[in-house]
Ligand binder design. Structure first.
Ligand code: CO8
Length: 374
């Protein structure tokens, strides 16, 4: 029989800068005015579309987002730039994403009462890595003095839960005693801050989780994984065409299709029922009833989306205690959202309480883990 696996520690690192909806809307509107003035003739001739103004009221009502954190704020609010001014570091320096990763990883190790010697595998799981190789995970592994191996994996918004599943399987199969799963979500360089439909959606953050063989874990708060479930179904409704082929393509490597773009309405309509059904199946598979789940640490893309999913699942609204919201403070942090929710809302559970971590997003991809507090 395979060993029981527990989450023994979690870490959350917030970037130092806050960008409010007000700041973002003011800069976007100034950018739109500039664009419209510069393209006045083309707009009048019907050859270009006018950029309409954004609105704080719309953003909060449509998404529940009030602010987001930025790793680098400089440049984002400049109407003539609309992207962070991220200094490129020398190859000999610690990379930006490794720095973010380390900040949350050290917290997770401390919470797990664990050290580098307890970890055999480092997985960096997120929506983008800043380079193809060497893996950010290997850079972090070296910085922490961990022996064993490390690799990066990209599954957009479900990278964290898919990474946790990989970690669980490695421990259950006996190939690792402890695994560090890190989500350094540096989303701001991929946001099109000049696009009204998506300029407000994302924020930067880093989260980390330590998983261990249950008999080796010594932390105060431990959560046994009763089951993990990951599914994907191809969709073009959330897409970024940025990639290594940009070098051989003579089109603009910075064009809007190279950045995050989506058909948000379709995503909303298609993903909500998929996520509700996935969660229902997942908890049934581990022998639980919906009302036995004490807490839902849901993906944080959109407040209305989460409310709809919970309503479909429970047949009623959930309280914030049952399904905590963090996207008002953090916005959508790609795969880290459900882990932030877990990080901030897990210590009050008592032994025997059940909870579910769940993500959903581009791919489409849905990942979930059923936990029981020990
Ligand atoms: N200000 C004012 N008005 C606006 C704005 C704005 N900023 N944006 C749109 N409007 C207008 C529209 O033009 C539209 O006007 P009209 O009715 O006249 O056509 C009206 O408001 C309504 O627009 P929408 O239909 O687009 O509005 P919705 O109510 O559907 O809300 C949302 C838009 C918030 C995008 C919503 O559809 C949503 O959240 N959908 C789910 C999206 C989602 O979860 N996506 C997942 C993306 S994350 C992911 O998978 C990971 C990717 C990797 C990370 C990427 C990091 C960069």
């Amino acid at each position: 029989m395979s060993e029981a696996v527990v989450i023994s520690g979690v870490g959350l690192w917030k970037p130092p800068h806050v960008v409010t909806n007000k700041e973002l809307v003011e800069s976007y509107n100034a950018h739109a005015d500039l664009y419209n003035a510069q393209h006045a003739d083309a707009i009048a001739a019907g050859d270009a579309a006018e950029k309409p103004h954004s609105s704080e009221a719309f953003i909060e009502k449509a998404s529940g987002i009030k602010q987001r954190y930025a790793y680098i704020k400089d440049g984002i609010l400049d109407p003539e730039r609309m992207r962070p001014r991220l200094p490129i570091r020398d190859d000999s320096e610690l990379s930006h994403q490794a720095e973010m990763a380390l900040a949350s990883a050290e917290q997770a190790l401390a919470a797990a009462n664990a050290s580098a010697a307890d970890i055999d595998l480092v997985i960096v799981a997120c929506a983008y890595t800043q380079r193809s190789y060497p893996a950010i995970a290997i850079e972090v592994q070296q910085a922490l003095g961990i022996t064993g191996s490390g690799f990066d994996m990209l599954v957009a918004c479900s990278a964290a839960t898919f990474g946790l599943q990989r970690a669980h399987d490695a421990i259950a199969a006996g190939s690792a005693r402890g695994v560090l799963v890190i989500n350094p979500e540096l989303t701001s360089p991929q946001v099109n801050y000049g696009d009204r439909d998506s300029h407000f959606i994302f924020g930067d953050v880093s989260t980390s989780v330590v998983l261990q063989r249950a008999d080796l874990a010594t932390s105060t708060h431990q959560y046994e994984l009763l089951g993990t479930k990951a599914v994907t179904q191809y969709s073009n409704n959330i897409r970024s065409n940025f990639g290594y082929l940009s070098y051989v393509d003579d089109s603009n490597p910075y064009a809007a299709d190279k950045l995050f773009h989506q058909n948000g309405r379709s995503v909303f309509k298609e993903v909500c029922p998929m996520a509700a059904e996935h969660l229902q199946t997942q908890i049934s598979e581990v022998g639980l009833e919906r009302e036995q789940v004490r807490r839902w640490w849901l993906h944080q893309a959109n407040l209305n989306m989460n409310q709809l999913i919970v309503r479909r699942l429970l047949g009623r609204d959930a309280t914030d205690d049952e399904a905590p919201t963090v996207l008002d403070e953090f916005a959508n942090t790609a795969s880290a959202g459900s882990i932030i929710s877990f990080a901030q809302n897990h210590e009050d559970l008592v032994a025997g309480d059940h909870g579910v971590i769940c993500s959903f997003g581009a791919g489409y991809s849905i990942g979930s883990l059923v936990l029981r507090k020990r």
